[in-house]
Design a protein around this ligand. Structure first.
Ligand code: SRM
Ligand code: SF4
Length: 572
């Protein structure tokens, strides 16, 4: 199977590889350490394994210094991420998440950039019963994090609602097919007994193998004209091709990713490149073979270079395609034409098929909470209690109340009015096109604020926007607390990546449809400089833009940012 002409990088395995190897298919000592009463945390080795079960040990960073002073252990708590292919949840599942966040979490839900629920602030002692309740609602947290295929994305905005259902089914099937086969999750969290001496004991991971992948792996399916899932940021992206009203198949793109480290040229964001087309019945096999190429040739020595994008760059795109076609035993067809309009969500009610309605609501940075008199969480709970369709979490951290009958639409509208819930139309189009990652206080990697700060910064940017009559102009703006790229900042027409408390690198020039990366414009600047830069840029844009020209395109035409020759702004 392994091609002797191709090689994985040499070097000693990274610590995580060793932990996985010793773990007996992701079991480690998780079961035991979760019962250990003396600390609210768990040892680092088990935390590395924990990720494969959909959770991270964190500590409340707002309390870190104070607890250190008091010689207390950090305020340990767990983040829990649900596997929710295509972001689709039933009203009952919404209610379960809502209740669990209240009972065992910090009282809020985070809708993530990969279309799922995260809960924060779960104490060690509550982890098992939380996971069990999630399981009872027919959801799980398996492979939501870790060196495996993650939550499979699927366009949620119903421009083509008849196709959505079909594509969503493929996303779900892919997600299930690519799940790890180990029973570790069931044993650790769901009290499944390990049956000794039977063939089940000799469990193997037919696709992943005992070491799983060198790094996380991400798949997304976009349904044009919407690129709401940022298909070019995925390790493996599928672009639905609709011919004569039916799903003909998918264009296939490989090797995307957003993360980098400040000042380290060996790490970079990268857009996935389109390598061909295949029919829907082939995508499962194709995904499996792409994953096995990464399994066999990915970097298991240096984790910062272990993502598939680096494997593709190291081996060369043509070589990877050849290897893929050899493994498949068939050739990809030529890619078909497609057109993306935007990578944002469209808001408000739209009518879909069979007389059903869909309502996209603006959820600022995906945080579902009752805050400052805006009872978002309560309102969504009440909607879930009467809703008979589904909830679709978008990859832009918003939610769609989907498949609503005309009768229920009236009731839902009454609830919207009662709670002052909004599709965002009272905000600027810029705010409605914004995203921020979690960052502080829970993310251990955050160098600066993001989710808590972007709304405050937007209040000030909106003043500039208004002054320049740009209130209705959609401009994609994204912020992350570090360069790992969790809100896909590389694809923001304007983006900020945290460098230090209150300091950000500022990026400009991504394409509005998610097909071109942005570039660094200013380094390590604070709020005052951000606002004065935007003052100049937005007023020039207001005066100099062509009809229908997007901000990201304008900054390149005006030579504020220089595009690379192929127009993609791949790293240079
Ligand atoms: Fe992410 C790590 C949050 C989407 C790239 N991400 C983290 C961790 C787990 C921090 C950590 O490792 O300790 C963050 C937890 C924060 C917290 O307190 O919740 C975190 N990532 C998130 C979420 C919740 C951001 C959000 O506000 O929505 C998103 C959860 C997605 C999900 O439901 O699965 C999230 N992360 C992404 C995305 C966007 C995407 O996948 O479409 C990316 C960029 C795409 C990519 O992977 O290239 C992303 N996260 C990273 C990276 C950099 C990985 C890399 O190889 O470049 C890290 C750091 C790492 O893995 O070492 C990271
Ligand atoms: Fe944390 Fe950085 Fe991801 Fe934001 S981008 S959630 S700060 S890892």
């Amino acid at each position: 199977m392994v091609n002797p002409l191709l090689k994985a990088p040499e070097g000693p395995p990274s610590d995580v590889e060793e932990i996985k190897e010793r773990s007996n298919y992701l079991r480690g000592t998780l079961k035991e350490v979760m019962l250990e009463p003396l600390s609210a945390g768990i040892p680092d080795d088990d935390n590395r394994l924990m990720k494969h079960h959909g959770s991270y040990l964190q500590d409340d960073r707002d309390l870190r210094n104070e607890r250190q002073k008091q010689k207390l252990e950090p305020a340990y708590q767990f983040m829990l991420r649900v596997r929710l292919p295509g972001g689709v949840a039933t009203p009952n599942q919404w209610l379960v998440m809502d209740e669990l966040a209240e009972r065992n979490g910090n009282g809020t839900l985070k809708l993530t950039t990969r279309q799922t629920f995260q809960m924060h602030g779960i104490l060690k002692w509550n982890m098992k019963n939380t996971i069990q309740d999630i399981h009872k609602s027919l959801l799980d947290t398996i492979a939501a994090c870790g060196d495996v295929n993650r939550n499979v994305l699927c366009t949620s905005n119903p421009y083509q609602s008849e196709i959505h259902l079909e594509v969503y089914e493929w996303a779900k099937q892919l997600s299930n097919y690519l799940l790890p086969r180990t029973r570790a999750y069931h044993e650790v969290w769901l009290d499944e007994e390990k049956v000794a001496g039977t063939p089940e004991m000799d469990e193997v991971e037919p696709m992943y193998g005992p070491l799983y992948l060198p790094r996380k792996f991400k798949i997304g399916i976009a349904v044009p004209p919407t690129n709401d899932i940022d298909v070019f940021s995925q390790d493996l992206g599928f672009i639905a091709v609709v011919e004569e009203g039916r799903l003909a198949g998918f264009n296939v793109a490989i090797g995307g990713g957003m993360g980098s480290s400040h000042g380290d040229k060996e790490t970079y964001p990268q857009l996935a490149k389109i390598i061909g087309f295949c029919t829907p019945d082939k995508i499962q096999e194709l995904a499996e073979k792409v994953i096995t190429i990464q399994r066999d040739y990915g970097n298991r020595s240096v984790r910062k270079n272990a993502r598939f994008k680096y494997t593709v760059d190291r081996l060369g795109l043509e070589t990877v395609i050849e290897e893929l076609e050899n493994r498949l035993g068939w050739r990809l067809e030529e890619a078909k034409p497609f057109y993306f309009k935007s990578n944002n969500d469209r808001y408000g009610w739209v009518k879909g098929i069979q007389g059903k309605w869909h309502l996209t609501l603006f959820i600022q940075n995906g945080r579902v909470a009752d805050l400052n008199g805006y009872k978002l969480k309560t309102a969504l709970r009440e909607i879930a209690a009467i809703h008979t369709g589904e909830f679709r979490i978008t990859a832009n951290q918003n939610v769609i109340i989907a498949n609503v009958t005309s009768h229920k639409k009236k009731k839902i509208n009454e609830l919207l009015e009662q709670y002052g819930l909004t599709d965002g139309s009272q905000h600027s189009a810029l705010r409605r096109s914004s995203m921020a990652c979690v960052a502080l206080p829970t993310c251990g990697l955050a160098m600066a604020e993001a989710e808590r700060y972007l709304p405050v910064l937007l209040d000030k940017i909106e003043e500039i926007v208004d002054k320049n009559s740009l209130r209705d102009k959609e401009i994609t703006i994204r912020m992350t607390g570090c360069p790992n790229g969790c809100a896909r900042p590389g694809l923001g027409e304007i983006a900020f990546m945290g460098k230090a408390p209150g300091k950000y690198n500022m990026y400009l020039g991504a394409a509005f449809d998610g097909s071109r990366l942005n570039k660094m414009y200013r380094e390590n600047i604070g709020e005052e400089d951000i606002l004065s830069e935007l003052q100049v840029l937005l007023s020039r844009y207001a005066k100099e833009r062509h009809d229908g020209e997007h901000f990201g395109d304008y900054v390149i035409r005006a030579e504020i940012i220089k595009a690379t020759t192929d127009g993609t702004n791949f790293h240079d």
